[in-house]
Write a protein that binds this ligand. Structure first.
Ligand code: PMP
Length: 326
């Protein structure tokens, strides 16, 4: 933990996992100044431990902080905290492919003050937990539910920030998706209620077949969806694999049409937790359709293998994305 008071970050402390002490009037409990990040540490073949693009998480953390009127945490401090926590015991970073140590940094407003204004005191906390393989039984496509009743983020809102409130607002839609037999929600834009934005905790990608060549397409960053680090990495990995990629605006109608015509061959979601998840079926109130016969697609799986190879150190780190911890 690192406390922020009197306009400065204080000396950090490493403590055993346990409850935090907060005043009942702590600002975060009432006005929701809470942001977080998620990234992973992977055991490398030489026995060292590497984190995947932690600077990108530190930078996004500070963009979230700025939107929530919270102080920035110097990137070096974010990195130092993560390295120190992971290095306590190398043994808690799992060794198998697909497994990792998940890191969860967060910052909350701790001012004991009832009143709508930015807090003056904050607490930065970093916790970690070993994470098993996301698909222990092998990769299997998920089913998604297009949310037409609720929106996640509106222009000018906090959609681009990784703040707790965005997730609070999404829980009811996630529950609805589950009631409809789906794994995750697909969010649409708030203005037209037709452009595809992202999923509950992942960004979306679409694979087109253009004259026999795969083209990778993802919704452009409009300010209302989370700029995923996996998304950004995959746009580069796609290029490395010789796939063309594009950032576009795509409506649900176009999605249906492109699947029906066979131009769109695969769909997948990506994020830190699952890396890449194929999407096999899409449901909404008035329609539902299947993608690639509900099976894992070849382009999806090639991208997945390439990214996992980089993270687990079995492929060369040509972009300098791995940070050596210890
Ligand atoms: N969108 C949302 C809403 C998310 O919560 C996440 C997970 N952080 C993502 C996208 C994917 O982002 P990343 O690749 O940085 O994990």
């Amino acid at each position: 933990t690192i406390a922020y008071k009197d306009g400065a970050w204080q000396q950090g402390e490493v403590k055993p996992y346990g409850p935090l002490t907060l005043a009942p009037s702590a600002s975060v409990l009432h006005y929701g100044q809470a942001i977080f990040e998620g990234f992973k540490a992977f055991m490398q073949p030489d026995g060292s431990i590497g984190t995947f693009r932690p600077e990108a998480n530190a930078e996004r953390f500070n963009r979230s902080a700025a939107r929530l009127a919270m102080p920035a945490l110097p990137v070096e401090l974010f990195m130092k905290a993560a390295d120190a926590l992971i290095s306590i015991d190398k043994g808690w970073v799992p060794k198998n492919v697909g497994e990792s140590l998940y890191l969860r940094p967060f910052m909350i407003a701790t001012d004991a003050f009832l009143g709508v204004r930015p807090s003056k005191e904050y607490l930065f906390v970093l916790i970690a937990s070993p994470a098993g393989a996301y698909f222990p039984q092998g990769v299997k496509p998920v089913t998604v539910w297009i949310s037409e009743d609720y929106v996640r983020a509106a222009p000018g809102g906090t959609g681009e920030a990784k703040c707790a409130g965005n997730y609070a607002a999404s829980l009811l839609a996630q529950a609805q998706a589950q009631d409809e037999g789906c794994d995750q929600v697909v969010w649409l834009d708030a203005v037209h209620r037709s452009y595809i934005e992202e999923m509950g905790g992942m960004n979306l990608f679409f694979v087109y077949n253009e004259n026999g060549k795969p083209v990778i397409v993802t919704p452009e960053l409009t300010g209302t969806l989370l700029p995923g680090i996996t998304r950004r990495s995959l746009l580069q990995v796609a290029k490395d694999l010789g796939y063309e990629s594009r950032e576009v605006k795509l409506t649900t109608q176009q999605w249906r049409d492109d699947i029906a015509s066979g131009r769109m061959t695969e769909v997948f979601a990506c994020g830190t937790a699952a890396v890449i998840t194929p999407v096999g079926q899409v449901k909404a109130k008035g329609f539902n359709f299947t993608i690639n016969n509900g099976e894992n697609g070849p382009v999806t799986m090639a991208l997945r293998e390439a990214l996992l190879g980089l993270q687990h150190g079995t492929a060369p780190d040509t972009h300098g994305w791995m940070h050596k911890v210890c």
